[in-house]
Write a protein of this length. Sequence first.
Length: 432
Amino acid sequence: MTKHYYTLLLMLLVFSTGCKKEDSRQHLSGSAMTIARFLPETGGATTEILITGTNFAADTSQVTVTINGKRCVVINTGMNQLMAIVPKRCGSGKVVVRVGNDSIVSKDIFNYIFTRTVTTIAGNGKAGYANGKGSEAMFNFNGEGWYRGAGIVADDDLNVYVTDVGNHCIRKIDSAGNVTLLAGNPDASGYADGKGKSAKFSLPYGITIDAQSNLYTVDPGNWDIRKITPDGEATTIAWGKSEPWFIATDKSTGQLYYTSASPGATLYRVNADFSQTDVITQLPKPGGITFDQQGNLFISCNDDHYIQKYSATSWTAAAVAGQKGIAGYADGTAASAKFSAPWSIAADVQGNLYVAGNGNINAGANPDQSIRFISATDAAVSTYAGGGSAGFSNGMGQAAAFNGPLGITVDKNGTVYVLDKNNNAIRKIISE
């Protein structure tokens, strides 16, 4: 056993006996409180931390403990010691103890360790078409090596929608993992508006969603932008001014934007009357686009191996992370990190970015078979799940394996979903 374990055990013994002596004492309102230390200093969800200080309270109902603004469960208190449980997803931050109107903030930071668990919610590794639950379902993401459909999005009811390019359709996966057909004909590609199987698509690639849970997809085979209602009614709303590959919704305005995958591409806005406006020209070759909550645009620059930002309304360009023109797989600071042909990109409500790192046609040969995380705080890059080798396995963090992770989205709860091309599967990553 470690020295740290014995130290904590001793403090627990002191805590359990000391509380009996302190129970008759009361918190001195208006007098100074202190936090001398807390143990452990690092941990994940459900970690029990022992906080030592002065002028706390012997009644647990009077005490509140938070870390990074997230409330902990206080399980025992004394005038000089508290025991609290770290909540899920609280993140790193200072410990705050509050008794009545009095509070004290720790000098040190509790370092929260996230646990990222990868599972497969649908698909079984084989290309084909089948509805069903979990591994009974089949997708065709890699029936042709050049397929690069990366459309995946989640609604507020936690349904996930994917563009099944090889089956020329849009599939729906409910929160229980049941896969059904939403729109399109898996037996025939083509172009037709209509409901459910009456609609036809050629190469449905990108997909996005609005506040009313209407889907919008782009199809470089047909050059169209299609609206799909929650009940599967597909209607053409516009024709692409260039070959449309990627589409995203600016949540701050509700407006749609799309672009192609060509070097020097133009970003277009689809207006309320379905007219179109050229917004940004001469983009680095996009591999995916997304907006944060403030309306800033982010692009994964596929050929140049870095992430670019365009500020809301002004569209001023700035590099976010990665080394322009240098491919590789390396975590680190924004300037030292490396990507290799990054493709799909998504933002969570805090402004963190997630990159599906694999836009090569021969995706399995890419040195980056991971999902990368770019911190909203300092743009530092880390591996969220997966690693440098292709495979198909569930597990924790880098113990999990993907094979051509091509599409990515984040739901309202922070759960990440991945379109895993060469595994013909949809993967789920829960971070706690």
